[in-house]
Design a protein around this ligand. Structure first.
Ligand SMILES: [Fe+2]
Length: 589
């Protein structure tokens, strides 16, 4: 039986296919259409389906639309239509206005029509959004039973859900609704501090530089944490669905930062306070959930679950021995969650065996396809049977290598198949990477991929911390090692590691093993293979990014492309400026 899971309600559109409950294919639309987050979250476009992702999933399953028995959609229009919204200021046709709500519900009605136009006549299941998040974590986790927490912006009206999973069942115990929303709080503060609403990861990095105590009193005016672990927010000040920041400006005593403005101490302090309060909210919710279902395990999803710092805080201080975070915890993961919910909860099939270290369900390509793409672009290349060893040596010599291998990973982190790899020992590599490719702010840390068997020698690795396989926790770096790998250690002495196991990614494991043999360091710097664009998906995307940036080498499977060996036109397409310290600038929005 084939089940197609779809997310297209807001953004981060995606699709997946389960065959008899087993995940066959899963990919985000942004990787195909090359639009970040797949599409803009507008009230009018829920019916813009992730057609490229759907097409890919069907082809991977060797199926046509008529073969799909069930379609699971990660939103419930019926539930949304009954929501009574709190009164708030709005701009007509913007989220929050009655007009926009009508347009949104109309757009959701068109989803079925669009599916029929694509040739589907399957049974459609409309799954509650927070259930879809929770299911994406629980059914993908290694646990037979677990507490489940969805930490989100908004679904139908819920922002947060406390759930319990036991074998095939996933039950919602309690929900918290808009405007009490941790996700929206982060979006609002992202904008207040001059970033886009999608840049929570920047604030998380910035928070490590600040003092969380400075704005404690002011924060208490907008966030109430209750004894029982629940929380509430003052939307008269926060004004979530509005571009008005005056109340926040009055509260914190400084004006909204614009993108080009320098980052100052008060920005860092506010980010630090936001992070600390988030840690407290998540811990409070986890304790509340543990009282209702005293499991040893907890599964997390929803965009807020991508916060490595609060995930680590929860495992260190919370009542659960083991934590699992869905690698695609944002809305993209809800296609997987809704499909899994249909298979397990609605069709009463036992929970599948754990697949917790595996994320490689996207498109992969043959050597012939690599060669064709390289030839069409006029690039010369060499074949290396031992590409892992060759690349390890290049990285140890300071080269930046685009490492494009096998099937694309899902989730917002590149986990060794669409990655840029570099030498973590090189102090200057952050600047070099930023000049050559990434153009990120220097305050943001880069992350390491470390051999699973060596991880605990270099980092404090908590027991029961599955998110360490997906760069979703932070780990203090061993004191005697921090000086050896300066380019992957954040200002607070932590690193956001990816443990790499031989079983889940043998080729990447082999690359790092060779790097270890050469240098004595069992890890490489790993950042996503992209510039200011979605992570590369096809060889053509990889070649495009290689050509428009200053990456030194590109490894497509066993084929190696060297920038210096290419024509003068390619080599000189960009002048390479000297590295400079733009630590406190955010000029790449
Ligand atoms: Fe969501």
């Amino acid at each position: 039986m084939l089940i197609l899971g779809i997310n297209s309600v807001y953004h981060e559109s995606s699709a997946c296919i389960l065959k008899d409950g087993k995940l066959i294919a899963f990919a985000e639309e942004e990787r195909f259409n090359r639009i970040k987050h797949g599409k803009e979250a507008l009230p009018s476009n829920a019916h813009e389906l992730p057609v490229n992702s759907i097409r890919y999933c069907l082809s991977k399953a060797n199926a046509s639309p008529k073969d799909i028995a069930h379609i699971a959609y990660s939103f419930n229009p019926l539930k949304r239509s009954t929501v009574r919204w709190p009164k708030e200021e709005y701009v007509a046709m913007d989220w929050g206005s009655p007009e926009a709500e009508r347009v949104f519900l109309d757009s959701l009605k068109k989803v079925q029509v669009k599916l029929e136009e694509l040739g589907f006549n399957s049974k459609i299941h409309w799954i509650d959004h927070q259930v879809a998040h929770g299911a994406s974590a629980y059914y993908y986790s290694p646990y037979k039973e677990s507490a489940v927490l969805s930490l989100d912006g908004i679904g139908e009206s819920d922002s947060t859900a406390l759930m319990y999973g036991n074998n095939e069942s996933l039950i919602t115990l309690e929900t918290i609704s808009y405007p009490n929303s941790i996700g929206f709080m982060w979006e609002k503060f992202c904008k207040f501090l001059g970033f886009s609403e999608y840049h929570a990861c920047k604030l998380m990095g910035l928070a490590a530089y600040g003092d969380p105590g400075v704005y404690k009193k002011e924060f208490a005016a907008i966030l109430k944490l209750r004894e029982d672990g629940s929380f509430s927010m003052d939307n008269d000040i926060l004004k979530f669905r509005s571009a008005d920041f005056t109340s926040l400006e009055n509260l914190f005593g400084f004006v909204k930062r614009e993108r080009k403005d320098p980052l100052l101490k008060h920005h860092e302090n506010l980010a630090a306070c936001l992070q600390e309060k988030t840690n407290e909210i998540v811990l409070g919710l986890a304790r509340k959930l543990h009282k209702a279902c005293p499991s040893s395990n907890i599964c997390l999803a929803g965009g807020v679950a991508l916060n490595c710092v609060s995930n680590s805080h929860l495992l260190e201080n919370g009542p659960f021995k083991s934590v699992f975070v869905q690698p695609s915890a944002n809305d993209a993961g809800t296609s997987l969650g809704s499909a899994s919910y249909v298979w397990h909860h609605l069709l009463r099939n036992e929970k599948s065996p754990a697949v917790s270290k595996q994320v490689y369900y996207g498109p992969d390509f043959s050597e012939g396809e690599y060669e064709e793409a390289l030839c069409k672009n006029g690039l010369t290349y060499t074949y290396h049977k031992n590409i892992e060893e060759v690349v390890a040596r290049l990285v140890s010599e300071g080269q930046v290598v685009g490492w494009f291998q096998g099937a694309m990973e899902f989730g917002p982190r590149a986990l060794g198949n669409r990655s840029l790899v570099a030498d973590p020992r090189n102090k200057k590599i952050r600047e070099i990477l930023n000049v050559k490719v990434k153009h990120r702010e220097l305050f943001r840390p880069f992350a390491p991929s470390v051999l699973e068997e060596k991880a605990s020698e270099w980092f404090k690795v908590q027991d029961g911390a599955y998110p360490n396989y997906f760069m979703l926790m932070i780990n203090p770096v061993a004191e005697d090692k921090a000086g050896v790998i300066p380019s992957v250690v954040h200002v607070d002495g932590t690193a956001r590691i990816q443990k790499v196991s031989r079983e889940s990614n043998p080729k990447y494991h082999k690359l790092i093993s060779h790097f270890y043999d050469i240098t004595g360091v069992p890890l490489v710097l790993n950042t996503s293979f992209n510039d200011d664009e979605p992570i590369v998906c096809s060889p053509y995307d990889a070649i495009n990014t290689f050509c428009k940036t200053r990456i030194d080498y590109l490894a497509l499977g066993n084929l190696l492309v060297e920038r210096k060996a290419q024509t003068a036109a390619l080599r000189l397409d960009r002048q390479e400026p000297a590295p400079q310290d733009n630590t406190k600038e955010d000029n790449r929005e």
